[in-house]
Design a protein around this ligand. Structure first.
Ligand code: JCQ
Length: 236
């Protein structure tokens, strides 16, 4: 998979060299290109923002650098499969909620790109123009506000890349985790390791019993209980 990121803070993406994702890049499973939006400005101050039409607080990202950056991105892709628009993700507090289902869909794409906005957002015409050439999704990580799309892009990239075959050592750990269909979208049950007793807290007896049926039943009950307490919206 190829991932392109356009941002005014390319240094935010240095952590992609670390850990699992860094290994995936080394192993050739992943190709990450980070671009500085200011490379497509032409003035002395490399300006990317301006005051909003209609007034209001804060600044808006100018359309021209984004247009040139996305032109360059399209050109770098070369010919794409007939009818297949490349995926363009725009993190935004007003986007569609990012979910595991979307992560699973994105993990199948040959290439995805991120547009990381800052300030009060990007001139809306960039989205309208991009929709004619890309499969554009404005995505939100949740109901809170970040200073820019960079941290959201990192989170989305991590959730997608770990689903690419070969990136995670034990693919079964993907099947058993929260938000997966195999666990009915329940939250995870609590986990324990040695020692069996620690600072007066004991590992639940059933987990030491060796009864696989009873263990599975206990874990399922725990998942249902935790889900009903914390995330009743997940119980259908
Ligand atoms: C993502 N939840 C919150 C902040 C403007 C596109 O314009 C903007 C983008 C951001 C970054 O995204 C978020 C966010 N999910 O704040 C301001």
């Amino acid at each position: 998979m190829r991932i392109d990121i356009i941002s005014i803070f390319p240094d935010y993406f240095a952590p992609l060299q670390l850990s699992l994702i860094g290994k995936a890049i080394e192993d050739g499973l992943l190709d990450v290109h980070v671009h500085d939006l200011r490379d497509w400005t032409h003035d002395r101050h490399r300006t990317v923002d301006d005051t909003p039409y209609g007034g209001g607080a804060g600044m808006v990202m100018k359309p021209e650098p984004w247009g040139e950056a996305l032109d360059a991105l399209l050109n770098s892709y070369g010919p794409v499969d007939d009818g297949h628009r490349p995926v363009l993700l725009m993190p935004s507090p007003s986007g569609r909620l990012f979910t595991q289902d979307l992560a699973i869909e994105l993990a199948d794409e040959p290439q995805i790109a991120f547009v990381c906005g800052r300030y009060e957002g990007i001139d809306h015409r960039v989205v309208e123009w991009a929709r004619q050439r890309f499969d554009v999704t404005e995505v939100s990580l949740g109901d809170y506000v970040l200073n820019g799309g960079e941290v959201a892009a990192l989170a989305i990239i991590e959730s997608v890349v770990r689903l690419i075959p070969g990136v995670i050592g034990n693919p079964l750990s993907l099947v058993e985790e929260s938000h997966s269909a195999a666990t009915d979208h329940l939250l995870e049950y609590p986990v324990f390791t040695k020692p069996a007793s620690w600072r007066g807290f004991d590992v639940p007896e059933v987990l030491l019993s060796g009864h696989h049926g009873r263990i599975a039943q206990w874990r399922h009950e725990q998942s249902v209980e935790i889900t009903s307490q914390r995330r009743p919206d997940l119980l259908s």
